[in-house]
Design a protein around this ligand. Structure first.
Ligand SMILES: Nc1nc2c(ncn2[C@@H]2O[C@H](COP(=O)(O)OP(=O)(O)OP(=O)(O)O)[C@@H](O)[C@H]2O)c(=O)[nH]1
Ligand SMILES: [Mg+2]
Ligand SMILES: [Zn+2]
Length: 357
């Protein structure tokens, strides 16, 4: 049974409110403020949901100066009961971010996600290196993950996709027809009331289709994929959280063209723990796993235990994470230096004004 209030609002628990957030509030905040969840982010406005239903909220730049401090989809905010303005953002239990395409900064994707469904389809667009990239992000955030293969109804050869995912036996794998709710029953375990679930995957894999089938209504638009290469048409344009009846909240997002990994070295090491373990057995501690004698990684490739593609992808992602971590550290240092400079100028102006009085 859905515990909705009469006006369609949800209880805080249904919206994902847990003691982790509750214990961040002071007694004064409990009496003066209301917690709300960010359901969607627009240019200067947020759509938030709380015990009293959904409402738009205006955000001023001054409250959240740093780009990474700004509220993102899934964040919890405290609203002043009278003014309906945000007072502050609560600490996050998890955070997804990526390198902003073409920029030297990270970009927020979503916060406070519990579970992630990594969605791929059984067709030409299936890409294992892309799945490994998503998994580095998910493992860094510490979320529970499930691999979902859609369009099982359109493929005669599921085995090749299942085989391709054999290195990920630690993760549940579900083969579904996104258009048939009966095949989605096992997915409901990830979308229980109070859970927040992100659908991640490229355009056209059927993320919005899964959302609609799980919700039992057309909450998001979907459209057909290109015939020639099975790629999607970037139908979903905005990230948003959708409450599903008798369940939790689902995050539908646009299929990302680029998911640049930011400083996720721990997530990357966790995803490629098998290679890390092999590398520890190489004769040389600085082995590049190319043609060095006593290379346990190359030996694993020769014996068929390790796929060369997986090694190449790991090396590529390691370089990417090292490069982006350095860029982010430099950007942080530049920002700090700039803030110090601004503070100094303001202090000097104040001093000279005083002197002139
Ligand atoms: N036969 C079949 N078609 C599916 C399945 N899942 C999705 N589709 C179709 O695939 C197309 C793309 O689905 P969408 O749900 O729009 O894909 P998306 O991942 O949301 O794509 P973007 O919003 O562009 O990121 C639609 O025509 C769906 O009807 C499935 O399991 N079986
Ligand atoms: Mg979509
Ligand atoms: Zn080696």
């Amino acid at each position: 049974m859905q515990e909705n209030n009469t006006n369609g609002a949800s209880t805080l628990r249904q919206l994902g409110w847990i003691p982790f957030f509750q214990q961040q509030l002071s007694l004064d905040e409990w009496s003066d403020c209301q917690p709300v969840r960010v359901m969607a982010v627009h240019r200067s406005q947020l759509d938030v949901a709380g015990e009293h239903g959904e409402e738009p909220v205006l955000v001023s730049g001054a409250l959240f100066e740093d780009a990474l401090e700004k509220p993102t989809v899934g964040d919890w905010l405290l609203l002043d009961r009278q003014s309906r303005r945000p007072v502050r953002r609560l600490e996050r239990s998890s955070l997804f971010r990526r390198m902003a395409p073409g920029a030297r900064q990270a970009q927020l994707i979503a916060a406070n996600i519990d579970n992630v469904l990594i969605v791929s389809s059984c067709n030409h667009d299936f890409n294992l290196s892309r799945i490994e990239r998503y998994l580095a992000l998910v493992r860094e955030a510490g979320c529970r993950a499930c691999l979902v293969l859609t369009k099982a109804d359109l493929s005669d050869d599921h085995e090749q996709y299942i085989q391709a995912l054999k290195k990920h036996r630690d993760l549940p794998l579900l083969l579904v027809n996104g258009l048939d709710p009966a095949t989605l029953q096992p997915l409901r375990d990830y979308c229980r009331s109070g859970e927040t679930v992100a659908l991640l995957g490229s355009s056209g894999v059927g993320k919005s289709t899964l959302l609609n089938s799980l919700a039992g209504s057309e909450l998001a638009a979907t459209s057909g994929i290109r015939e020639d290469d099975s790629k999607g048409r970037h139908t979903t344009r905005h990230r948003a959280l959708y409450p599903i009846p008798d369940g939790g909240l689902l995050l539908d997002s646009p299929g990302m063209r680029e998911l640049g990994l930011a400083d996720v070295s721990e997530g990357l090491a966790a995803e490629f723990a098998d290679i890390g373990k092999l590398a520890a057995a190489c004769r040389f501690s600085d082995c590049a796993h190319e043609s060095e004698p006593g290379c346990a990684v190359q030996a694993a490739i020769e014996s068929g235990e390790l796929d060369e593609r997986r090694l190449r992808n790991w090396q590529k992602l390691e370089r990417e994470v090292a490069r982006n971590s350095k860029t982010l550290a430099e950007t942080r240092a530049d920002d700090r230096a700039f803030s110090q400079f601004v503070r100094k100028v303001v202090q000097e102006q104040a001093r000279s004004r005083k002197g002139g009085e």
